[in-house]
Design a protein around this ligand. Structure first.
Ligand SMILES: [Zn+2]
Length: 102
């Protein structure tokens, strides 16, 4: 697990996105630079109880979180959080995860 999450920042207008986009939705530039974001606030938590085609599925918690840079992204949760909680962001491979602040 790596601390923080990679986001892509438009070189032309400075807005950052996750995941990476081909073109900036705001100014249509296609030049990006990588940046990192480390914190987010939980907006909504949901539990995935079933997955089609998977018989031994363990329920997983995911959350919509608002990063400190402003992106609304979906992350897996290691712990149980309620909306409004500030969390730390991590990368597990390329999957974003949220954990209690250290
Ligand atoms: Zn842009």
């Amino acid at each position: 697990m790596k601390r923080g999450l990679t986001i892509w920042r438009c070189r032309a207008c400075g807005v950052a996105f996750f995941p990476e986009r081909l073109l900036c939705p705001r100014c249509h530039s296609h030049e990006w630079e990588q940046d990192r974001v480390y914190e987010a606030v939980v907006e909504e938590v949901s539990t995935i109880r079933h997955m089609i085609g998977q018989s031994d599925w363990t329920p997983r918690r995911i959350a919509s979180v608002r990063t400190s840079d402003g992106q609304l992204i979906t992350v897996g949760l290691r712990d149980d959080f309620s909306p409004g909680t500030a969390i730390d962001l991590y990368e597990d491979g390329s999957a974003p995860y949220g954990q209690a602040k250290s």
